[in-house]
Design a protein. Structure first.
Length: 204
């Protein structure tokens, strides 16, 4: 049994039952996150992920031609669905719930994956293209839903809601993460919400 086919508890990944479809994809993405926890993005390999997930390498390469694309999908897999944000009953509560959820995930293996992918993409046009192609825009869809609720409650004037204003909160969280790392202090998230996002959405 080779060392790369086992985890710390001695489990041999090759003896796990083979899965298909959505179950196999979930197992692969979970394996990516586990590998990131153990070895980091720099040492992430398709071979180790396949072994950990009990999958064939060919099935990985058919779906993910590169580890950039694999890691990006693992990031999305780890994050809660941003298109369905929590409904707290207030604009401020919804915004804080979203940015706190993002910050929590950035402090874990998903954050390490994202940092590694973006570092890989710097100065490499092809990898930068791969990252852009995997951008799903789902965080913006979630912000539109938050704005829709706030408009219905009378908290926000629909005339001031624009795409640029809606993307500001996530952009500032990502900037802070890339500049300062994780974890992101809660007071930073509160400042982004109270000093920037809410004023932008409540302009008169």
């Amino acid at each position: 049994m080779s060392p790369s086919s086992t985890t710390a508890d001695g489990t041999d990944h090759r003896r796990r039952p083979r899965r298909r479809g959505a179950a196999l994809e979930a197992a692969i993405l979970d394996a990516v996150l586990a590998e990131l926890t153990e070895v980091g993005y720099g040492q992430l390999s398709m071979e180790r992920v396949a072994e950990r997930a009990g999958a064939g390498k060919a099935s990985l390469y058919r779906r993910w031609p590169s580890r950039v694309e694999l890691a990006m999908d693992a990031v999305y897999h780890a994050f809660p669905d941003p298109a369905a944000p929590p409904d707290t009953g207030s604009l401020r509560g919804d915004l804080l719930a979203v940015v706190r959820g993002v910050a929590e995930q950035l402090a874990g293996p998903a954050g390490r994956a994202l940092a590694g992918v973006l570092s890989d993409a710097l100065g490499d046009p092809e990898r930068a293209r791969q990252v852009r192609s995997h951008s799903r825009g789902s965080s913006q869809a979630g912000m539109r839903e938050i704005a829709r609720r706030a408009i219905a409650r009378g908290e926000v004037d629909p005339a001031v809601v624009t795409e640029r204003r809606l993307e500001t909160g996530h952009a500032l969280v990502r900037h802070h993460f890339l500049s300062h790392g994780a974890p992101i202090a809660d007071d930073v998230l509160v400042e982004i919400t109270d000093e920037v996002v809410i004023p932008l959405l409540q302009l008169r």
